[in-house]
Design a binder for this molecule. Structure first.
Ligand code: FES
Length: 272
């Protein structure tokens, strides 16, 4: 409100202490494109993964098990001869077994520094883009509940490690044919391989990982191994956004590939 602006009563960027610029921004480029694409991409993933996680079907096509359903922790999993199947939750769990395990990779991504930036901009317009004023009147950052909980990201990093380990195990099991004979590979094996490489690259490029590996050291010279690892993680970290998107796409695609096989829409082409 220009009246607020004149009196300094407006909130947010129109506080009296801020420069009195009436325009919401002075950018002339298509600054809205990146947040719009981000929101569309994330929304597509949320819709797809929600459908698949709740569907509780078509997640196994020998020898492949969908990454959304591995490891299977309840008794109601389809009988699988591939992939870890630990019935920790027994028979009382009646919902989709994917819900038990997806909490960890989803929590990891939801609290990820990159995704935070992405959805704060894409969905909350806080701020919509660099040098574009946000519409909110108050800004408390991540200092209050519930956003202060984003700090648990480092613990989700530890939880993401065994999940990536299990998906690696599933990828090794993918070197079998549909009758579980070893030494074979299909197109699905390639899909799983690409996915697991991207998952590990995304996981190791995590900012928390970078801190765990090379943080809190006074002298890099006294910790040459950690220094080297920190350099490697740093190089991956430069591409964290790209790895976040490519691994998000690859994990959804690996699941979709298993879905196509399980529903009989498609036959896995044999490579060797
Ligand atoms: Fe993105 Fe940790 S900061 S996964």
């Amino acid at each position: 409100d220009p009246a607020d602006l004149a009196t300094g009563r407006g909130g947010g960027v129109h506080e009296a202490s801020r420069a009195a610029i009436a325009a919401r921004h002075l950018r002339t480029d298509r600054w809205w494109l990146a947040p719009a694409l981000t929101a569309a991409g994330l929304l597509a993933f949320v819709v797809y993964s929600t459908w698949r996680a709740f569907s509780n079907s078509d997640y196994y096509a020998a020898p492949y098990v969908s990454p959304f359903y591995s490891p299977c922790l309840a008794e109601n999993c389809v009988p699988m001869k591939a992939g870890p199947n630990w019935e920790i939750f027994g028979s009382w769990w009646g919902l989709s077994p994917a819900l038990l395990i997806l909490i960890f990779p989803l929590g990891f991504r939801l609290t990820c520094y990159y995704y935070r930036k992405a959805y704060y901009r894409g969905f909350w317009a806080s701020p919509p883009a660099c040098a574009v004023a946000e519409p909110h009147r108050k800004y408390t950052g991540e200092t209050r509940f519930p956003l202060v909980l984003q700090n648990i990201h480092r613990y989700f990093f530890y939880a993401a490690l065994p999940v990536a380990g299990i998906l690696t195990y599933d990828t090794v099991l993918a070197f079998r044919d549909a009758s579980y004979a070893w030494g074979h590979a299909g197109l699905g094996t390639v899909v799983f391989l690409v996915n697991i490489v991207l998952i590990w690259a995304y996981t190791f490029s995590c900012h928390s990982c970078r801190h765990i590996v090379g943080g809190r050291l006074r002298h890099f010279s006294r910790h040459p191994v950690r220094y080297r690892l920190w350099g490697l993680v740093g190089r991956l970290n430069d591409h964290h956004m790209l790895l976040a998107w490519t691994s998000l796409f690859s994990v959804a695609f690996a699941d979709f590939y298993v879905y196509l096989l399980a529903t009989g829409t498609f036959d896995d082409p044999r490579i060797f």
